[in-house]
Design a protein around this ligand. Structure first.
Ligand code: NAD
Ligand code: UDP
Length: 319
């Protein structure tokens, strides 16, 4: 296949490029570097099967040559208002990437008769009133809160994707991604995994927001990419959750990180940075992914964190 990946210079996009190239496909990566990094693609500079286009997905997209698949991953992704790459600081760009970017990439898929895969998110469930979250849950989203620029753009993107499927018969897929971590994660984007690990490496107390009893379910990047690849190769059109259902509170997660890194500084409870809107519980129900794709996450939290700690140590040295 010849595949277009938007957001290619980002954390997940760059891993997707690697995986598709490894499977023998040709990849056209597209990115405007608003939150991504050139370094994430540096190792592909001499790969003849990889081409790169610097472009903003909010503007009309032209890709010369044939395309068999389009994967739309371009979007800021961190909810942290204290990070320059957090979407609260890029609100209009975030809405444009989710809305105009989805429209433009769907147009590319239609023009090329290509399979289309949208990177959606667990955020479409908002602060969920159903637990764990199944794909049939409609969500509990504040339409005007700080997180809404991301959540509502993704909800619009899902709706537009289904419209292109139903009206134009585009062969679309939607993956709802739950919290993912691993090498190439932004070390300073303010999300909990890089925050805790960099604090632990520096011997500082980990900043637990609120009482720390809120939960997340962390998936290692290799497992996520496996699930996305399987979905791409399938014929499924309806949304599929991909993530790791192992749920942990932020207090438990902080203890795991401190133990793994050997940090004696403990934790520091502090005011929520972004309450209201910070989901209290999040855990994917992955029954559909299991049944449709034979998907099962394999990497334990400890193993995944070990790889991530190694990566973040080098980032801290470079910073
Ligand atoms: P990231 O910030 O590392 O990657 C996003 C990439 O998109 C960056 O390289 C950025 O420069 C690019 N981009 C943003 N706006 C663009 C635009 N207008 N034109 C061209 N490129 C643009 O984030 P990530 O964690 O790799 O997330 C990738 C995708 O996966 C996003 O769509 C995000 O919503 C989704 N997602 C990620 C997670 C997660 O845990 N990482 C969870 C749910 C959903
Ligand atoms: N969090 C925390 N300390 C931090 C960063 C985040 O306790 O230094 C919490 C945050 O309040 C949220 C959870 O960790 O409840 C996950 O936050 P993250 O930024 O990773 O993304 P989210 O899952 O909210 O999109």
């Amino acid at each position: 296949m010849r595949v277009l990946i938007t957001g290619a210079a980002g954390f997940l996009g760059s891993h997707l490029c690697d995986r598709l190239l490894k499977e023998g496909h040709q990849v056209v990566g597209l990115d405007n570097f608003i939150t991504g990094k050139r370094e994430n693609l540096a190792h592909l500079a001499t790969n003849e099967d990889f081409k790169f286009i610097r472009h903003d997905v909010s503007n009309y997209i032209f890709v010369p040559g044939e395309l068999d698949a389009v994967l739309h991953f371009a979007s800021p992704a961190s909810p942290n208002p204290n990070s320059a790459v957090g979407y609260p600081n890029l609100p209009i760009q975030t809405m444009k990437a989710g809305a105009l970017g989805t429209h433009n990439t769907l147009g590319v898929a239609l023009a090329h008769n290509a399979r289309y895969l949208l990177a959606s998110t667990s955020e479409i469930y908002g602060d969920p009133l159903e637990h764990p979250q199944t794909e049939s849950y409609w969500g509990n989203v504040d339409p005007i809160g700080e997180r809404s620029v991301y959540d509502e753009a993704k909800r619009f993107a899902e709706s537009l994707t289904m419209a292109y499927h139903r009206f134009h018969d585009v062969n679309t897929a939607i993956v709802r991604i739950f919290n993912t971590y691993g090498p190439r994660i932004h070390f300073d984007d303010g999300r909990v995994v890089p925050n805790f690990i960099t604090q632990a490496i520096r011997g500082e107390p980990l900043t637990v927001y609120g009482d720390g009893e809120q939960t997340r379910s962390f998936c290692y990047v290799d497992d996520l990419i496996e699930g996305i690849y399987r979905l791409l190769m399938s014929e499924e059109h309806f949304p599929v959750n991909i993530g790791n259902p192992a749920e942990t509170t932020m207090n438990e997660f902080a203890a795991v990180v401190n133990k793994l890194v050997g940090n004696q500084a403990g934790v520091k409870h502090q005011e929520w940075e972004r309450k209201p809107g910070d989901p209290q519980r999040r855990q994917p129900d992955i029954t559909r992914a299991r049944e449709l794709l034979g998907f099962e996450p394999k990497v334990s939290l400890e193993d995944g964190l070990r790889h991530t700690v190694e990566f973040l140590k080098t980032q801290i040295e470079l910073a």
